[in-house]
Design a protein around this ligand. Structure first.
Ligand SMILES: Nc1ncnc2c1ncn2[C@@H]1O[C@H](COP(=O)(O)OP(=O)(O)O)[C@@H](O)[C@H]1O
Ligand SMILES: CC(=O)OP(=O)(O)O
Ligand SMILES: [Mg+2]
Length: 398
């Protein structure tokens, strides 16, 4: 069964065509820096005649344009992997917000689409892109089953004490206002990889997903018990363009004292804040260049970014009542040694001891970067949301 997985993040589309159940990757790639200068499409196909790689530098204004370019390559006579879109049997979509309505992977019906649309205000950088992906895919892969895998699903095991907010009860009971947690597919995948690495499921793990969006999860014995994200994917850690936790008084101050409309405040906090607000850049690679040039704003932004992660490590270690491992994953977590170093600095009281040389050495796949005597393991684990989505799809329709 050929499953085409579409993972739309806020700044990228990652895709893979995977043959299940053998989990054989037929082609894989990503569209990166969507809507920014220097957008590019990467494509790798594993043909009988060997591997083909293509990198196209294109103007990619939005997710729909990116997806159409990917679909063209899939059926391209020279480098494509299928001759006909009907050879895709299932399209697995990452859908970021499932609200209270969706706690499991499910077939996309018109009713499900309407609900995903209804959730736009809670995930404005994501659900619109996910919805668009579904619409484009329905037009291209007309014979395929369309399946949604929700970022919120893995976090459904959080206890009420973690997911409820101290506001009047009816806001939860009537309107579903609570913490949901996001990047669940990634937190699930890397925590399972870590448990496999330990050879046991009894474990206390903190997973740290640092992409354009950033979040952390406290995972006990394979189950999520807390998340840094809440009602929408905006709070918790400092992100590419999102604030992370800020004092809610700021919102009232912006509206009442400075005269911004609520829509403007929403745009400021979601799209103009975070690392972008602090440095003028949202992409960590750009900020790293400024850091290396000793630019003050970039140094402060890096320090703040790491500081907030540290605070969550402390609180999640308390919630877990101990710690076996912390896991770094996603674009920044997997690639940026500086972030990992700043996070792990002065954390030895918690048993976190980084081996700086190992941290700086580029390695593929799961690897340990703690010192040999570190009580807590520090792992770098490449996430694979696409494989996890394909597994979930196969579990549903296979
Ligand atoms: N080599 C690298 N060094 C530092 N940051 C990197 C590197 N490669 C990717 N990143 C960062 O990872 C982030 C994107 O991560 P990713 O997980 O792909 O995000 P998303 O899925 O949210 O679009 C960007 O901020 C990018 O700069
Ligand atoms: C939920 C979220 O923030 O996703 P991403 O990191 O892909 O933007
Ligand atoms: Mg992502």
């Amino acid at each position: 069964m050929n499953i085409f997985v579409i993972n739309s993040g806020s700044s990228s589309i990652k895709y893979q065509l995977i043959s299940m159940p053998e989990a054989k990757v037929i082609c894989t790639g990503m569209v990166d820096r969507i809507g920014l200068e220097g957008a590019k499409l990467e494509y790798r196909a594993f043909l009988d005649s060997g591997e083909v790689r293509k990198v196209l530098e294109l103007l990619i204004p939005d997710h729909a344009a990116g997806l159409r370019e990917v679909a063209k390559l899939l059926t391209d006579p020279a480098v494509g992997v299928i001759s006909d879109p009907d050879q895709v049997h299932v399209v697995g979509h990452r859908v970021v917000h499932g609200g209270e309505r969706f706690s499991k992977t499910q077939l996309i019906t018109e009713e499900a689409k309407a609900k995903i649309l209804e959730l736009f205000p809670l995930a404005p950088l994501h659900n619109p892109a996910n919805y668009l992906g579904i619409e484009v895919a329905e037009r291209i892969f007309t014979q395929a089953k369309q399946v949604a895998v929700f970022d919120t699903a893995f976090h459904q095991t959080m206890p009420e004490v973690a997911f409820r907010m101290a506001i009047p009860n009816e806001f939860y009971t009537k309107h579903g206002i609570r913490a949901y947690g996001f990047h669940g597919t990634s937190h699930k995948y890397v925590s399972e990889q870590a448990m496999e690495f330990f050879g046991k499921r009894t474990s206390k793990i903190i997973t740290i997903h640092l992409g354009n969006g950033c979040s952390m999860a406290a995972v006990r014995d394979g189950k999520c018990i807390d998340s840094s994200m809440g009602l929408g994917p905006m709070n918790g850690l400092i992100m590419g363009t999102r604030t992370g936790d800020i004092d809610q008084s700021v919102i009232f101050h912006l509206v009442n004292q400075l005269g911004y409309s609520l829509d403007e405040v929403n745009t400021i906090l979601n799209k103009k804040s975070g690392m972008l607000g602090l440095t003028g850049f949202s992409d960590m690679r750009d900020i790293r260049k400024l850091y290396d040039q000793k630019e003050k704003a970039a140094i402060l932004a890096y320090d703040m970014y790491a500081y907030h992660i540290k605070k969550f490590i402390g609180s999640f270690a308390a919630v877990l009542n101990g710690l076996d491992a912390i896991v770094f994953t996603a674009g920044v977590g997997e690639n940026d040694a500086l972030t990992r170093k700043l996070v792990c600095q002065n954390m030895d009281f918690l048993g976190i001891r980084l081996d700086e040389a190992k941290n700086e050495t580029r390695q593929k796949g799961l690897h340990e970067i703690n010192t040999s005597e570190s009580p807590v393991k520090i792992l770098v684990i490449p996430t694979n949301e696409e494989l996890e989505i394909a597994r979930q799809c196969f579990g549903l329709v296979g």
